[in-house]
Design a protein around this ligand. Sequence first.
Ligand code: RIB
Length: 314
Amino acid sequence: MPIQATTPRIAVVGSANADLIMACAALPRRGETVTAADARWEAGGKGANQAVAAARLGARVAFVGCIGADALGERVRAGLVAEGIDVAALRAVPDRSTGVAAVVVDAQGDNVIVLAPGANAALGRDDVASAASHLRDADIVLCQLETPPAVVAAVLGVAAGGPAVWLNPAPAQPLPETWLARLDLIVPNQSELETLTGIDVRTRDGALRAANDLRGRGAATVVATLGADGALVLDAAGARFSAALRVDAVDTTGAGDCFIGALACARAAGRSLDAAVDFAHGAAALKVTRPGAQAALPTAAEVEAFVAARRSAR
Ligand code: RIB
């Protein structure tokens, strides 16, 4: 079923940042100064990126988060509004600056990111409680860890018996053990999977052992993103690996956010988990061919045309 034929409803509770993006030939080593071709500000943040990804792909999206009461925050808000995202639960915090991420990207499209959370750190239980109707109105609620962990605990409480709650445990940090059984889906990348399990995940075998470890501790469904190696899905039906589409990467920033936004959108539109993972691979592959995080996120029509062109080129 085309995503456009339905209206998936997604709520995102998470971070919104201003990204200062600098493209360099190579990432700096410790103590080294490197020169970037240029520097530009773009909207970012794992939460906002996932929200924009889902909105561009056809979902009705509500965003719950905090920005500073400053010019960067107003740009972030305006960007979300321009995507048609409901920002009624986006709070401007008077005494904090908007979150800023310094994103350095190298010629291979790899990056390092340093985040100053700013107002994201002010998101709390009260914000989640005030946004309860937005959450209960969604098919899926997406959370990440660029905002305080208490936010995820509050979402799990408000959403109990209602929408599915998915967690992207990024940036990597240990989780309260009780969350695993309460989450409907967890979507870590390789380093997050390793942090959560202590298992070396550089091989398929290792990734599978780590995903099984999370299942054994209560996680219903694990979708682990493995970069250029694709993804591993593990649920009650068993484990399966799926390949990523091979592309020449220009910028991998936000590729995981794009994957998650697309996965949520496709699931909420009624696609099976495996079909949704395929759709998410297409969206993320197209994203990495473009520079930037939020600015590079594709529409559903672009993803479908990109995947069809790849198929006919085979
Ligand atoms: O996942 C990419 C995002 O991580 C960037 O947009 C940056 O804001 C950091 O939060």
